[in-house]
Design a binder for this molecule. Structure first.
Ligand code: ARG
Length: 459
């Protein structure tokens, strides 16, 4: 089998090497970037008088034919062609003959692959951003729907203080908003064209790299040819951003799973987004949330994989770098699926408001508010804390809530309590008095919702 690089070789390639060396099975998904990049390169070569205009036209026509062959499924990907770059170039030679050989003038696969993978991850990062916006819309809608629903807030997974369900959802809104801004930052840094770096040192041809950059939607060419072909920071960065998104989704998944237990029963999943058990007829399992949580493992693994591959690699290109693709492709595929299914599931949940309300009586959620009450009546907070600790202990022994105590009982602990104490510590008051900027009061959540709308408007 003929190779594009066969000139200096006197023997056929070993079959096992061919299989081991090939990346075509996974890099074929970059065919569109490869073809778009090649067209831009050929146009620049023609503009600079390096190849003829008619030659460029033949090359472009051939490349477009290959694109449609790939898209209609008639293109044959062969292991012996090694990778998507050589596969396409070989087919181009079959279609237009020897002139195809001019396409690779002033180009190496090293800058070619650097370009393709950059364009591919840039495109996918934008897709991930769109999905995150969709998730944000879903969170906003749910927050509006359940704006005044109160749930217990937790620290250490122990009941802490009452909060609005919408406040809890808007916390996730902030997390995904940061993820969106991380993608935006990433898109700024990735915005440089590596093509034109050649194998490592630049080329002897009079290229117009700014023209190619413009054609391919980059704001400028990279400044250092060695760095251009050696750099995979952008893959690491996206793998890191995806890891953070996955971590956020995993925390959310964990809460959905807990909220769905019989012990909590705070929410119910729609039947279309839950699964059953093959043996236990009563089961309704939150598989989606579990799997989204589970995928975080492989997504972190992909980040560790690429970081470790790049560690200690000397400049410039090394074949190790072919290992940059499968991991990031896997992270991209899985995060896209995870975000999409997660917001679809979320949009259909129902919240068991009554069950939550009932459960709010246990756990002394208003204990801090009793202490705050005393502190506002000039009792030093530390002392107030101790008094309320004693009240909680007393209530625990009597198996009652703080709100069940009479004013006389309150007075046994402190004479400072007035007859407004019970009305001050209702669950609604506990929420709405938390009106410090960023707190859980309805007023604050309304502000968050307004800001969220503004953020989503400029999407
Ligand atoms: N398939 C290779 C990769 O993914 C393309 C670059 C090959 N360059 C080379 N000099 N062998 O990294």
């Amino acid at each position: 089998m003929k190779k594009l690089w066969e000139g200096r070789f006197n023997k056929e390639t070993n079959k096992l090497l061919e299989k081991f060396n090939a990346s075509i099975t996974f890099d074929k998904r970059m065919y569109e970037e490869d073809i778009t990049g090649s067209i831009a390169h050929s146009r620049m070569l023609a503009k600079q008088g390096i190849i003829g205009k008619d030659e460029q036209e033949q090359i472009e026509k051939g490349l477009l034919q290959i694109k449609s062959e790939i898209e209609n499924g008639t293109f044959e990907f062969k292991i012996e062609d090694e990778d998507i770059h050589m596969s396409i170039e070989k087919r181009l030679t079959e279609i237009i003959g020897a002139v195809a050989g001019k396409l690779h003038t002033a180009r190496s696969r090293n800058d070619q692959v650097a370009l393709d993978v950059r364009m591919y991850v840039r495109k996918e990062a934008k897709e991930i951003k769109k999905l995150l916006f969709h998730l944000e819309h879903t969170l906003l809608e749910l927050s509006e729907k359940y704006k005044t629903t109160i749930i217990p807030g937790y620290t250490h997974l122990q009941r802490a203080q009452p909060i609005l369900f919408s406040h809890h959802l808007m916390a996730y809104f902030q997390m995904f908003k940061r993820d969106i801004s991380r993608i935006d930052d990433f898109l700024v840094r990735i915005d440089e064209l590596p093509l034109g770096a050649g194998a490592l040192a630049g080329t002897t041809f009079n290229l117009d790299r700014h023209f190619v950059a413009e054609q391919l939607g980059f704001s400028k060419p990279t400044e250092n040819s060695l760095d251009s072909v050696s750099d995979r920071d952008f893959i690491i960065e996206l793998a890191m951003i995806i890891s953070v998104i996955s971590m956020h989704l995993s925390r959310f998944s964990e809460e959905v799973i807990i909220w769905c237990t019989s012990e909590f029963s705070f929410i119910q999943l729609d039947d279309s987004f839950a699964t059953g058990s093959s043996i236990m007829p009563q089961k309704k399992n939150p598989d989606i949330a579990e799997l989204v949580r589970g995928k975080t493992g492989r997504i972190y693994g992909n980040l560790m994989g690429i970081l470790t591959t790049m560690k200690a690699l000397p400049l410039a290109y090394n074949k190790d770098m072919q290992e940059d693709k499968e991991g990031i492709f896997d992270s991209i595929d899985n995060i896209k699926l995870s975000i999409e299914i997660f917001y679809s599931m979320l949009a259909t949940i129902s919240v068991n408001e009554e069950k939550i309300l009932k459960s709010m009586r246990a756990g002394f959620l208003n204990a801090t508010d009793v202490a705050d009450y005393l502190a506002k009546h000039n009792v030093p907070f530390r002392q107030a804390h101790k008094i309320v600790g004693e009240i909680v202990s007393y209530c625990e022994n009597k198996n009652i809530a703080i709100d069940d105590m009479s004013l006389d009982e309150f007075h046994n602990f402190s004479k400072v309590f007035g007859d407004d104490i019970l009305s001050e510590i209702t669950i609604e008051n506990c929420v709405n008095k938390r009106n410090s900027f960023g707190g859980t009061s309805v007023k604050n959540v309304e502000m968050q919702i307004e800001n969220a709308k503004k953020f989503l408007d400029v999407e």
